[in-house]
Design a protein around this ligand. Sequence first.
Ligand code: PEP
Ligand code: MN
Length: 298
Amino acid sequence: MSGNKLKESDQSHNHLSPNSLPFKLASRGIKPDSTVLNIQDIQIGGSGVVVMAGPCAVESLEQLLTIAKSVQTSGASILRGGAFKPRKSPYSFQGLEEEGLKLLARVRKETGICIITEVMDTRLIELVCDHADILQIGSRNMHNFALLKEVGLSKKPVLLKRGMSATIEEFLLAAEYILKQGNHQVILCERGIRTFETSTRNTLDLSAVPMIKNLSHLPVVVDPSHGTGHWWMVPSLAKAAIAVGADGLLVEVHSNPQEALSDGAQSLRPDKFDMMMKDLIKVAQAVGREITLQDPVM
Ligand code: PEP
Ligand code: MN
């Protein structure tokens, strides 16, 4: 049946295309121009590469303020920090919760840096919105459709992390849940997937970046900290992420990783973060981009 034979150019391992039906609002087939989000005076999805950095968990005012000032000086424009932590064990530190949100808001006021923090529960969306500039939906909640629908009703930008076992199709359909509710401010985050490999915490799927950029107009950022689980691997993967087209990075930084209440092993010390940022500026330039810098308020 020669009429049914695929042309060579049609043969593909990937059944997805920018015009694939499953994605409507997330699809580049429907919106060819890349989405550029404006968060305060920071653009995500444009020519600049935005670096979000900070501790895995907010632990104290002193810890957060010290890290915020240092990552800001090194060129990060958004501070990350978890107040509600999705821990494997219910006996592990669960975050400072509302107190952590207050500390984030206080540090934002003192430094002018924008805040991203995770929301895990529909009942807490309003509270988190009152303290943060960007809502983070964690990997474990990518399939929590009630939560996706509810953040879709909020007016805040949402950074959606890829589920650790989610295909790209499932990831984009999760984004679709948020978009469908009317919130078009969605950032996608590749943070590593589970494979047979055990030497790294996850396998950072950098091929997801060009694939998603081909399929969707949404900004894509990469988290090399959760993607590898090892602080010393973070700078290499961060450089690679920019080279493959990421619009930003989400990086864990801690002044005293040995004492960190979560994810110390994958947290960069501020001096190492600073060195990495200097390298990232060069990589960004090499691929026709620049790191988005925000002047400290002080
Ligand atoms: C985090 O960013 O601290 C986090 C818990 O990430 P993930 O949801 O990717 O595991
Ligand atoms: Mn973490």
